[in-house]
Write a new protein. Sequence first.
Length: 322
Amino acid sequence: MGEAVKPPRPVAASTAAGEAALPATLRRNAPLVPTDSAASRSLAAVIAILTFLAALCAGAAEMVAASADQWQGAVAQEVTIQVRPSPGRGIDADVAKAEAIAKATPGIAATRVFSKAEAERLLEPWLGSGLDLSDLPVPRLVTLTLAPGPSPDLKPLRAALTEALPGVASLDDHALWLRRLSTMANTFVGVGVAVVALVLLATGLAVAFATRGAMAGNREVVEVLHFVGADDDFIARAFQRRFFGLGLRGGIVGSSAALLTFLVAGLVSRGWRSGPAGEELDALFGSFQIGWRGYAAVLLIGVIASLVTGLVSRLTVRRFLA
């Protein structure tokens, strides 16, 4: 008797058995770069944290820049005449004469004379309260509000004060304070930009390290892709898409957390405005509102983090394959 002919094995069953025998990284339906692994979740968390820190720095820099612009606008609209007491002269008469000269100067919209009590109160932050300053030669101040428009030429006013009240009256246009304020604001903004750049650099380094680890863990898959004819661009695009998704996820989480932080800080600052600390915070940082430029910067940092992640992963893969 001849041997019984075995029936052919079904193709579908054979394919399923072959796929079941393959490792998980080589199965047809498995992604080239898994995104649900512990390493992928850790990388997304790192990107979210770095994006959050960079967004906080950018928002704080925008807040300080906006407050500095507001301070400069307020200070630049006022100049001050200081009238010092002099033996043999009436201080009130000198103050009135200085105010009259200021009112007659073109470009001066309004004047305000500080009384002796108000002038003494200005010294309380440095000398303390409750002191008797009646025997001290406390200067008197006259604040001048400039008219809207281009800044007027104050040289004629300064010359008129020197001629009418020599050695007694002086004009302060706050130019020194404006320069110092501008320098401070520009320095803070520069530091914020530098910190954002360093954080994005750290993000790129973390992505490069993670990409090399993924390439090393999927070396067999890459070799099989090369064997069946896949080029380096195809493999690089696969890694770029996966890491761009991780970067986008981390960027969205980090940017959203930063926006929520600024929102909560604004709500808390409104509750603190009634106290002295709240008034100082409001004077320094405003109401913790970063404005549309700040919100745009925070969202842009999230997008940049995603683009950096995708670009660095692609460059790392190409360098690894080379």
